[in-house]
Design a protein around this ligand. Sequence first.
Ligand code: NAP
Ligand code: GLV
Length: 337
Amino acid sequence: MAIYRSFPGTASALYELVLAGVIGWLYTELPMSIALIIPDRKLDDLQQRLQQALPDIPIEIWPELNEPAEVEFAVVWKQPHGCLNGLVNLKAIQCFGAGVDSILSDPTLPDVPISRIVDPALTDAMVSYLDGVVSYYRLRLDLFSAQQQQLLWRPKGPRKFSHITVLGLGELGSAAAQHFTRLGFHVAGWSRSSKSLPGIQCYAGEEQLHQAVASADVIICLLPLTAATESRLNTNFFQALQPQSIFINVARGAIVDDAALLAALNNGPLAAACLDVFRQEPLPQDSPLWQHPAILVTPHVSAVTNVSTVVSQIADNYQRSQQGLTLHHPVNLLKGY
Ligand code: NAP
Ligand code: GLV
């Protein structure tokens, strides 16, 4: 006390030093963990594989976290808003899918780097789904399926598809565009920035959207959902399409104005639409999209993250976040994807 009174500066400096030491010790001793925040999904497989890749790090499944302050890295998909906010030592977020719109829509999102999945297996799955859907319509399986319901035997030759346009020329869109080019289609693509891809007619920016789709028999949407793309595929867009064209949405439901889509199916120019994604998922029972005879609904299955192929990139990103390195496949928060 005497020292404190005579040399207050020295004593308080000493006190702060001891306090910093104790806090530092506490932090080095705290067993930092990884949280899997992926509601409504069985996570045993992901947890086990990640544990094998990172044997010394506790891998916990939200909401059963031992201590939220221990979480330094979170693997996230459609998190309830606010749940990341309590993770005071979070260093990075790994999105468990390719699209980050549901993560970014959280108003309480912590200010940490975010990465997303880019995986050849995911890309192959998407290309294979699109290949199947394009063949389905080309071979008129939609028509024959409807005819079967009415016991009708009416043969008809394949649709004459020659032009395909892919909206979004990123990881998935460019792979799809290249696939259909290899099959001999005339392929066009549309992106935000200009591109040059062999064999693909590339368009970019708002002013070239209508040009990009003008000759398309099939239009495939592989855009991310952002402020710029929300409801972007509206009446104006659908009216710019060719008569009898086919629309496929494998990106996000909210990019499409559903009323405009239904009008384009009912009154032209669209002949049919295949929808894998919806504004609200699961698609509500009373949605008119379920019952429409020209719509094929699939339950968001075109490219599902494959646990076995993505574990190594998640583990690697965890290590990178610990070392203060830039994550693989970082999300650009300004662009929103
Ligand atoms: P990506 O690599 O980020 O590519 C996005 C593409 O969209 C880029 O070419 C980008 O242009 C373009 N783009 C973005 N905003 C635009 C705008 N305002 N105008 C024109 N073009 C714009 O994304 P990805 O990995 O290919 O994935 C695309 C989306 O697919 C994801 O965001 C996700 O929503 C969806 N997805 C769905 C499933 C499923 O199962 N249904 C599975 C995986 C992914 P730039 O090249 O100029 O940046
Ligand atoms: C799925 O929709 C994804 O974005 O990975």
